[in-house]
Design a protein around this ligand. Structure first.
Ligand SMILES: C[S@@+](CC[C@H](N)C(=O)[O-])C[C@H]1O[C@@H](n2cnc3c(N)ncnc32)[C@H](O)[C@@H]1O
Length: 250
């Protein structure tokens, strides 16, 4: 199932010529503080969002789950705990994030059922129809070619397998939009900047603002071949849980 081993974390910094906002290298630079930042910035709500995504996967007995943009493995661990006989493969381009995830897996004694590997959601070195379900939490926003990543999901998940994608975006109207805009425009860059340097969390704000509308993202999922795409808004509308099933054949 492995593409490349995750042995040595990459120590990329903003000085690296290849450092790009939203890339694996950017996440390498914040990996050690990522979990703390996540809890603080989402005010702890992210745990509940992840639980909903995990339940939506409906993994069959002894199923295989792909967790894209796996990062520090929170979803991979939650999936392995919820479906106690499944196997999980977590894929992410940031070796630094995966190294933190690997430590968590070892503490949770889940390293026999969860594997983490470096890879890019846009071009998976994985066989067609080789997974029963796929999760991707707060990762699709960072992928330059989202259509390619969605098409890869449709390819590697067997027909009827469930897909759950969590993503943050800024609500576009109403009181929720006003409240979340204050959080995203001011609190996120300030707290995130204090804890980890400004660029990464300006990226969070900018990429949330730039994420497509629900209608456009659902259309993108359908264009990639995913069936019955739906969205549920969570956390004052700031988090979308997008679900779909994989097509029977492409
Ligand atoms: C905000 S973190 C989310 C991590 C984890 N899923 C979670 O729920 O905490 C975003 C992750 O997307 C990853 N990422 C960036 N570009 C990617 C790509 N092309 N393919 C897959 N993952 C990518 C980053 O390395 C980072 O670990």
């Amino acid at each position: 199932m492995t593409e490349q081993p995750t042995s040595s974390p990459v120590q990329a910094t903003q000085a690296d010529p290849d450092w790009e906002l939203g890339s694996g290298q950017m996440f390498d630079s914040i990996a050690q503080r990522y979990d703390l930042l996540n809890r603080v910035l989402s005010m702890g709500l992210d745990r509940g969002w992840r639980k909903k995504a995990v339940r939506a996967l409906q993994v069959p007995s002894a199923g295989r789950v792909l967790d894209l943009a796996s990062g520090t493995a929170d979803i991979a661990i939650a999936v392995a705990r919820h479906y106690s006989d499944c196997e999980v493969l977590g894929v992410d381009p940031s070796a630094g994030m995966l190294a933190v995830g690997m430590e968590k897996l070892q503490r949770a004694k889940l390293q026999d059922r969860v594997e983490l590997t470096v890879g890019d959601a846009q071009a998976l070195k994985l066989e067609d129809n080789s997974f029963d379900a796929c999760s991707m939490a707060f990762g699709i926003r960072n992928v330059p070619d989202r259509g390619a990543a969605l098409a890869e999901i449709a390819r590697v998940v067997r027909g009827g397998g469930q897909i759950a994608i969590l993503e943050l975006s800024t609500p576009r109207s109403g009181l929720q939009a006003w409240a979340s805009r204050i959080h995203v425009e001011h609190i996120v860059p300030m707290v995130g900047g204090l804890l980890s340097g400004p660029e990464a969390y300006q990226h969070l704000r900018d990429s949330m603002n730039a994420f497509p509308s629900d209608e456009d993202f659902l259309a993108m999922m359908a264009a990639a071949g995913l069936k019955q795409p739906q969205v549920q808004r969570l956390g004052l509308g700031v988090c979308g849980l997008f679900t779909a099933s994989a097509p029977e054949s492409l």
